[in-house]
Design a binder for this molecule. Structure first.
Ligand code: ZN
Length: 227
């Protein structure tokens, strides 16, 4: 959760170069969503329920099939009739809702800047709906954060009830303010976004003043004190 990794590490964990934002079953047993913290990020992803729910927006038509992907409805099918990623995730969500399958497991990574990513957690795909936005139809996917860890990633130690998504703009500002370094020692290794006052003790994820960059060592020292 909120662990910072290089793109190289991301490729190592997922064992592939991910080129698209939505990757249905790109690995055995799970899918991957990529998000962006850029202020002009192409999709409107939202965080709800105090950071335990992510509402991820579906993706536009490929430029090969649409002259203006931002104006056209987000597609469920390719012209060939095959499901797009929107269509595949929608089917997974609806089948789960209708008790036809288990929830699809989705790992979510977010790009902080070139080469720098945050692992946002392992989610379950709970639901999907379509929404009218500025005269066109977009897909929305509702994902619920789980407490699952992933193999091969050294995650920050945090209080269990503290696992929360930090909004993109907060991450981007904190990264800039702390200059991509641990605020205690200046290390650039094994960083993560840390809640200064833990969520479970009334701290918030929404205020940049309550989030800081810490390395693994200083995270551990801090969490030992809190627990
Ligand atoms: Zn440190």
């Amino acid at each position: 959760m909120n662990t910072i990794i290089s793109y190289h590490e991301l490729v190592g964990i997922e064992k592939q170069n991910l080129q698209r934002g939505m990757n249905y079953r790109c690995s055995k047993g799970h899918s991957v969503f990529l998000m962006s913290t850029r202020t002009n990020a192409p999709y409107d992803d939202e965080i709800a329920a105090d950071g335990r729910i992510l509402i991820y927006e579906g993706h536009d038509s490929d430029k090969r099939y649409s002259e203006n992907p931002k104006k056209d409805d987000q597609p469920r099918f390719f012209p060939s009739g095959k499901l797009t990623d929107n269509g595949k995730f929608e089917k997974a969500a609806l089948d789960f809702k209708n008790n036809k399958r288990e929830a699809e497991i989705v790992r979510v990574y977010e790009k902080i800047k070139d080469g720098i990513w945050s692992f946002n957690g392992v989610f379950k795909l709970m639901d999907s709906y379509q929404k009218q936005v500025e005269g066109r139809t977009v897909f929305k996917f509702i994902l619920q954060l789980t407490d699952e860890k992933i193999e091969g990633l050294k995650e920050a130690k945090e209080l269990k009830e503290d696992a929360r998504l930090i909004p993109s703009e907060v991450k981007a500002q904190v990264w800039k303010r702390d200059k991509g370094m641990c605020v205690q020692c200046g290390s650039k290794e094994h960083l993560h976004f840390d809640h200064i006052l833990p969520y479970s003790k009334g701290g918030t994820s929404r205020d940049v003043r309550n989030i800081q960059l810490l390395c693994a060592k200083h995270n551990l020292q801090k969490s030992d004190k809190i627990i």
